[in-house]
Ligand binder design. Structure first.
Ligand code: PMP
Length: 439
């Protein structure tokens, strides 16, 4: 029995105490080693204890650790904002720092709304999102989250926003490579805008490549472009939630670069601070920010935003990604890992789908591949397989796929520094866990 603790998060269940973490490995206080096969929650993109980042943080810590943003600019925040702008679509030159993903999403919604009010479109307030989706745990971001078990208990404290189905072609038996499939799902957005009344719709928020809620869902061919066109047609702003897909893990800095589509606002976090510091950002088009600033200012902010220590860490993380060729490695090793996961489908008939891009990868369990029905709920596979992998020394990340109630998918998203030998190690431990799960 572990001693009682004063800490609590989602449940009473307690995890081993972390002693040390280096590269792709973590050790608990009993000396057990784990391969971090999910980078925490798709956060530790460049691995643990990176010397460049630690050194940059140490140097910054010796200079200053806090300068309140209404009193001082800081060198790291200025430099990081310029760097982020250079990695964003042209015209998206305005960067607003926050401390996490939910705050980045909240900032995006509030900027969109304030922009609409400023330019005389105050009737627009609805933000359409997808189901399933996850955009954060604060009340505004939760209103956009398509995951009923997380949001329902909080009604009527917030206004649930309209949702359209996420484009899960693999469940609907449609060809992901057929542009007609992308068009089919994008038209659901158009229908929803018309149903709600275009004059009331402010924005559409979408993860360019899905994260935890959908399990690395890659949209069908043409979907993102068609979505952009529909937003333009109805004067609806397009917000990309790149909290999980941004930061390089998919092989490009922004997930949307795979589709050549540019949004109006981007939210990033997770891999941006890469586990070294709580860091996020809302990146917006000048076209939206300038009128708001000219009209008196953006009515939003968080005390720790632009923290120099966090920004120094964020800068060093990007330098490490660029100098180490880590996005190229994510593409290469992602390809190797994906094909090895696909090989597991031959051995385990209950793996229904393997999907993702770069090192944002997932597999989903089903009763059988013909029906693609979920495993019986009572199996509690999403917990069970994670625990079996844990016992092997492998960390993976699971969620219930369908309505948040049943269906089991598992994200396998190791740090971008992973080697081929370490990919083999993941597959070996996962095979052992799946074998035990199968009996
Ligand atoms: N958006 C997406 C796509 C996410 O994956 C998450 C976190 N899982 C969030 C927003 C919220 O981020 P945070 O937990 O840092 O508030």
């Amino acid at each position: 029995m572990k001693p009682e603790s004063h800490l609590f998060y989602q449940t009473r269940s307690r995890r081993p105490v972390l002693a040390e973490a280096r590269g792709v490995y973590m050790w608990d206080v009993d000396g057990k080693r784990y391969l971090d096969g999910s980078s925490g929650a798709m956060v530790s993109n460049i691995g643990h204890s990176n010397p460049r980042v630690i050194d940059a943080m140490r140097r910054q810590m010796e200079k200053s650790t806090f300068g309140y943003r209404l009193h001082f600019e800081t060198e790291p925040s200025e430099k990081l904002a310029a760097k982020v702008a250079s990695l964003s679509p042209s015209g998206m030159e305005k960067v607003f720092f926050v401390s996490g993903g939910s705050e980045a999403v909240e900032s995006a919604i509030k900027l969109a709304r304030q922009y609409a009010v400023t330019v005389g479109q105050g009737s627009r307030w609805k933000v359409i999102s997808r189901d399933p989706s996850y955009h954060g745990s604060t009340l505004g971001a939760l209103a956009l989250t398509g995951y009923a078990p997380l949001s329902d208990p909080f009604m009527p404290m917030m206004q649930a926003m309209p949702k359209i189905p996420a484009p899960r072609a693999y469940l609907d038996g449609l060809d992901i490579n057929d542009p007609a499939t992308g068009q089919h799902y994008a038209e659901m957005l158009e229908a929803k805008i018309l149903e709600e009344g275009a004059d009331s719709v402010l924005a559409f928020i979408v993860e360019p490549i899905g994260g935890a809620s959908t399990g690395a869902l890659v949209p069908p061919a043409g979907y993102m472009r068609a979505v952009r066109e529909i937003c333009d047609r109805y004067g609806v702003l397009l917000i990309h939630d790149e909290v999980m897909s941004g930061g390089g893990r998919t092989g490009r800095f922004m997930g949307a670069e795979h589709f050549g589509v540019e949004p109006d606002i981007i939210a990033i976090s997770k891999g941006f601070g890469a586990g070294y510091a709580p860091l996020g950002a809302m990146i917006a088009h000048d076209r939206l920010v300038d009128p708001v600033l000219d009209a008196g200012g953006f009515l939003h902010g968080h005390t720790y935003a632009g923290n120099p220590l966090a920004c120094a860490a964020g800068l060093a993380v990007i330098e490490e990604i660029e100098s180490g060729g880590l996005m190229q490695n994510a593409s290469r090793m992602g390809g190797v890992l994906k094909s090895r996961l696909q090989n597991l489908m031959q051995r385990f008939s209950f793996i229904g789908d393997v999907r993702g891009e770069g090192l944002l990868l997932a597999f989903e369990l089903v009763s059988d591949r013909q029906s693609m029905q979920p495993l019986p709920r009572a199996l509690n596979a999403y917990n069970e397989l994670v625990e079996l992998a844990y016992a092997e020394g492998l960390i993976i990340y699971s969620r219930r796929t369908r309505g948040g109630l049943e269906g089991d998918h598992f994200l396998v998203c190791p740090p971008m520094i992973i080697s081929e030998a370490q990919v083999d190690e993941i597959i070996e431990m996962l095979t052992n866990a799946l074998t035990k799960f199968a009996v």
